[in-house]
Write a protein that binds this ligand. Structure first.
Ligand code: AMP
Length: 129
C-alpha cells in the first residue's frame, strides 16, 4: 500500500482539504509555497497516464474545484499545476499557489511552516471548497 493510500485510509495523518467518492486532496507536507496541495485518486495507480480517460477527466475537474478554493484562500497570481511522481508511486497532481515562474521550481528549498500554519491554511482552503 502506498503512503498516500494510508493517508486516504486514515492510517497516516494529513492536512485534509477535500474528498469525494473517488478523489482526495491534502496539503503537501513539504510545500513549495503556502497552500501547496496534492490531489490523488483513491484508487492506487502509480502513473497518472495509466488512469482511464473518464477517471482522469474527473480527477482534473476535482482538482479544478480544489484550485478555485486555494485561489480564494491564498494570495497568489494563479495556481500552478504539475505532475512529477518520481517520489511517491501513487498518481498525484501538485496544485501550487504561485506569483512567479520560479515558485514552481521543485529544486527550491521548501517552506518551513508550523503545524499551526498548516492547520490554519488547510482549514481556510476547506472552508472555501
Ligand atoms: P513527487 O512524487 O516527486 O511528485 O513528490 C511527492 C510529493 O509528495 C512531494 O512533494 C512530497 O513532499 C509529498 N509527500 C510525501 N509524503 C507526504 C505525506 N505523508 N504527506 C503529504 N505530502 C507528502
Amino acid at each position: 500500500m502506498t503512503v498516500f493510500s494510508k493517508i486516504v485510509n486514515g492510517e497516516i495523518p494529513c492536512y485534509k482539504i477535500a474528498e469525494d467518492e473517488h478523489f482526495f486532496a491534502f496539503l503537501d507536507i513539504n510545500p513549495l509555497t503556502k497552500g501547496h496541495t496534492l490531489v490523488i485518486p483513491k484508487l492506487e495507480v502509480d502513473y497518472i497516464f495509466d488512469i482511464d480517460d473518464k477517471s482522469l477527466s474527473d480527477m482534473i475537474i476535482f482538482a479544478k474545484k480544489v484550485a478555485i478554493a486555494i485561489e480564494k484562500s491564498v494570495s497568489c497570481s494563479r495556481v500552478g499545476v504539475a505532475v512529477i511522481g518520481l517520489e511517491v508511486p501513487h498518481a498525484h497532481i501538485h496544485l501550487i499557489p504561485i506569483n512567479r515562474e520560479s515558485d514552481m521550481n521543485f529544486k527550491n528549498s521548501k517552506q518551513k511552516l508550523t503545524e499551526k500554519e498548516m492547520t490554519e491554511i488547510a482549514a481556510k482552503i476547506r472552508s472555501n471548497f
